[in-house]
Design a binder for this molecule. Structure first.
Ligand SMILES: Nc1ncnc2c1ncn2[C@@H]1O[C@H](COP(=O)(O)OP(=O)(O)O)[C@@H](O)[C@H]1O
Ligand code: SF4
Ligand SMILES: [Mg+2]
Length: 358
């Protein structure tokens, strides 16, 4: 028991500084930890290296965006997170979800993980609703099979989920064709949330929607991250969407993450020339200079079976140096927590403006 004193002039023990409490807290394990991930596909025309050495981490309460043009390996990376890759894929490296080693856990643990701890919202998921089953029954199904909610509590849980995704409870009685595209995507998010996962992986969740509905669905997802303390990995080719909705962004090119950092920094002040080109491709509202910004990046991403030598971005890079065709730049820290793979950035990198004028 602590000692008390009646002397008002006696020195009072000062409370422990806030930083002591912070220090004494056990660091929370990331919800998703990817280390040195490599994925290749065996095909009749040879091996396709789709993901080439990716490190990525998502913590609770964090929305991480993964951006890059089509074919750069985003969906391949997403599918390996819950071991959903096709049978012709070879995976190397580490993937831990909620502390579990996804590559080695048994089937029953993997099944429990897929519903109870991590869930995916797929590209084109809009079309995967059963057209002849009511929305409420489709949301109830994973709860009935994988969750501990008692049967009589399921209708209330379905109403709660509809409410969480901003749909009125009576939509439970609707069939998919009676909903708009945005409402159907909200249903898919409700299904992903059904068994209370800690991590959501959303692969191009808004690609089929118009711009206004896209923005609503994305802010719904990031709002849920804050409200429920989830972790979100959001994948899209649209960097501007991630800049306004995520806390961090990783930019992928030809199977590698070439830049990662705080979302607004990567979008507004990109360090890698590829991120800069992606960012410039999306005009800023209200910025007159944006009208004259380059329309986009010339050329296409490389065929993974015929990757350019050196830096894989060099044939399209507006600031490439002669050595870029021979030298594959390692990842260096442009700033703390800002890894970038470009010879112009990092410890022995040169000043970008100098390179541009040379
Ligand atoms: N099942 C598969 N078999 C063979 N190659 C594949 C398969 N899936 C994807 N790929 C190839 O892997 C590369 C990366 O594809 P993907 O991961 O879908 O990229 P993204 O999602 O960024 O568009 C592409 O070259 C694609 O053609
Ligand atoms: S390493 Fe060279 S080619 Fe690659 S992004 Fe940097 S400047 Fe461009
Ligand atoms: Mg994809």
């Amino acid at each position: 028991m602590s000692e008390t004193t009646s002397d008002p002039t006696a020195p009072v023990a000062s409370p422990a500084p806030v930083s002591d409490f912070v220090k004494s807290e056990k660091p929370r394990e990331p919800l998703l930890e990817i280390e040195g991930l490599e994925v290749s596909y065996r095909t009749a025309s040879g091996e396709i290296p789709a993901v080439r050495g990716v490190d990525l981490t998502v913590h609770a309460g964090e929305s991480v965006g993964l951006a890059g043009e089509s074919g750069c390996g985003k969906s391949t990376l997403a599918s390996t997170i819950l071991r959903l890759q096709p049978s012709n894929a070879t995976v190397r490296g580490g993937i831990r979800v909620c502390g579990k080693d996804v590559r080695t856990i048994g089937w029953s643990d993997l099944r429990a993980l897929r519903w109870g701890q991590a869930a995916m919202v797929f590209q084109g998921a809009l079309h995967s609703l059963n057209p002849v089953q009511r929305i409420g029954d489709q949301i109830a199904e994973p709860i009935r099979i994988h969750d501990s909610t008692p049967a009589k509590g399921i209708p209330a849980r379905v109403r709660e989920l509809l409410n969480q995704v901003g749909l009125p409870a009576d939509r439970a009685q609707a069939f998919p064709h009676q909903l708009s595209g945005g409402q159907r995507q909200r249903v898919m998010i409700a299904m992903a949330l059904a068994c209370r996962p800690e991590l959501i992986v959303a692969d191009e969740p808004t690609t089929a929607l118009d711009v206004m509905v896209q923005a609503q669905v994305l802010s719904l997802l990031t709002g849920l991250v804050e409200e429920l303390g989830l972790g979100l990995l959001m994948i899209t080719h649209d960097l501007s969407v991630l800049g306004s909705t995520c806390s961090r962004i990783a930019v992928m090119y030809a199977g590698r993450v070439v830049e990662e950092g705080p979302a607004d920094e990567v979008f507004e002040h990109p360090q890698h020339p590829y991120s800069a080109a992606l960012s410039a491709a999306f005009p800023r509202i209200g910025d007159p200079a944006a009208r004259y910004a380059p329309a986009g990046l010339p050329g296409d991403p490389p065929n993974p079976q015929e990757l350019p030598s050196g830096c894989t971005f060099h044939p399209r890079c507006p600031v490439a140096l002669a050595r870029c065709s021979e030298y594959d730049p390692p990842i260096r820290m442009a700033e703390p927590n800002r890894p970038v793979a470009c010879v112009l950035v990092g410890e022995d990198g040169r000043d970008r403006s100098a390179a541009q004028s040379s």
